[in-house]
Design a protein around this ligand. Structure first.
Ligand code: GLY
Ligand code: MN
Ligand code: MN
Length: 435
């Protein structure tokens, strides 16, 4: 795996020429008082280094004569390590992570200038930690001040994301292996949860069943807070309280995925907790399923990414028109987004080291076309909240539809001539869900 990290650094360095790129590890996040969340490395940092500690900086300086890859890390400190866990330390990091030089993070201000001073620009993405941004800017300012005398130095600050995130968008064989494993574990979790769910059980019991499977099978844990939303809770897109007791006649929407070795899955299924759809639930479910199947049928290299969403929207609008939940001209409803009270989110997102993974979806007016190796979710839905406010000129919703929320989400890989549905192991046909 170290070879792959090194290859990624080489690919990035080949594209930044005389620039120097800086990457900072993720910060520790406070849970409450002096308790912190488990550390999770920043995805760009991890993608380039595989190094999994906080308080670190990675420098890529392709033009530097000796040190093209430099790490700043927390030094060994036995007393601190007794509390917070072992650190790789300066000595071992060089060997283990293939750096040309490793320093203590405490030496950052002293050592950094030698890697910046001959660069023509600094590649750094302004982050949430403003004090660290300021630190980078101060170094830059000092070098700008000496530019007239020296005649060289960085004269621009540039975001590395367009280059790096285009790389991250196409998954390698080893990344796909981990994405497939994350998908496989989440498939297992969803299938167990569906067997377990029944009227009288609480949403949190289903959540526990899902997350038990994640950890038991070696996942790091949920990829995001699991959504176990019964009845009208399904109409709240990010419902995560998971406290309600499920009732006979409810639909249950489960949106849950796991992180396996840093790579994520993201699956949603919606099914009747008593094993039988009502007529209204079935009518809505059929539309969402058709939207998802037709959207997935578009996926192959060359398809504009936007076409996936446009396809799903058209099927949803056709379906809602047929049920009289929308009225009027289909083209006008689509153009004026009058379907949005029912379907207010996009049909998917890139998936990888981040659940909402990096990478562009559109280049201004020019579409972003799908390429083999891209992985993304396809997740249309219809949500008929009891509080739904119809778009202007649209009819009020008959209360028999109230509280129905359906989303169906799969993870797909673009292949040479179509796609591979990584999460196909969770049933979604009405016949399977009622069996
Ligand atoms: N669960 C987050 C999403 O589906 O995008
Ligand atoms: Mn999801
Ligand atoms: Mn998703």
């Amino acid at each position: 795996m170290q070879t792959e990290y090194a290859q990624r650094r080489e690919r990035l360095m080949a594209q930044i020429g005389k620039g120097t790129a800086l990457f900072r590890s993720a910060p520790m996040a406070v849970m409450h008082n002096d308790v912190e969340y488990n550390f999770r490395q920043d995805s760009d940092f991890f993608y380039l280094t595989g190094f999994n500690e906080p308080e670190a900086v990675a420098v890529l300086a392709p033009h530097h004569e000796e040190h093209r890859f430099v790490l700043f890390v927390q030094p060994k400190d036995l007393e601190k390590e007794t509390w917070t866990g072992y650190r790789v330390g300066v000595e071992a990091a060089k060997e283990q992570f293939g750096a040309d030089a490793v320093y203590s993070i405490q030496e950052l201000d002293e050592k950094l200038p030698q890697y910046l001073e001959k660069a023509d620009r600094i590649y750094y993405r302004l982050g949430r930690d403003r004090s660290f941004n300021d630190r980078v800017l101060r170094h830059w300012q000092q070098l700008l001040a000496t530019y007239p005398k020296k005649g060289y130095g960085p004269i621009a600050l540039e975001d590395p994301a367009p280059v790096l995130h285009a790389m991250r968008q196409i998954k390698s064989a080893s990344e796909l292996e981990r994405l497939r494993k994350a998908a496989e574990i989440a498939v297992d979790a969803h299938n167990r949860a569906r067997q377990f769910a029944q009227p009288g059980r609480y949403e949190y019991e289903v959540q526990a069943e899902i997350e038990h499977t994640f950890r038991r099978r070696g996942a790091m844990g949920p990829a995001y807070p699991s959504i176990v939303a019964s009845g009208a809770n399904a109409c709240v897109l990010h419902y995560t309280e998971n406290t309600r007791q499920m009732q006979d006649g409810d639909l249950l929407l489960i949106d849950a995925g796991c992180a396996y070795d840093y790579y994520n899955s993201d699956i949603t299924r919606t099914f009747p907790v008593n094993g039988k759809f009502t007529a209204e639930q079935k009518a809505i479910y059929e539309i969402v399923l058709e939207a998802q199947l037709q959207a997935i049928a578009q996926i192959r290299p060359g398809t504009p990414y936007k076409q996936i969403h446009d396809t799903a929207v058209r099927v949803i609008v056709e379906g809602l028109l047929a049920l009289n939940l929308l009225q009027g001209d289909i083209e006008e409803i689509i153009k004026e987004e009058k379907y949005k009270p029912f379907y207010m989110h996009r049909t998917g997102h890139w998936l990888g080291l981040d659940v909402h993974d990096v990478g562009v979806y559109q280049h201004g007016d020019v579409p972003h076309n799908l390429e083999p190796g891209q992985v993304f979710t396809v997740e249309p839905g219809i949500y008929i909240s009891p509080y739904l406010k119809p778009a202007e000129g649209q009819p009020e919703v008959d209360p028999r539809w109230h509280g129905i929320g359906v989303r169906i989400e799969d993870d797909v890989l673009v292949t040479a001539n179509g796609c591979d549905i990584l999460t196909a192991g969770v049933p979604k046909s009405i016949a399977d869900l009622e069996a």
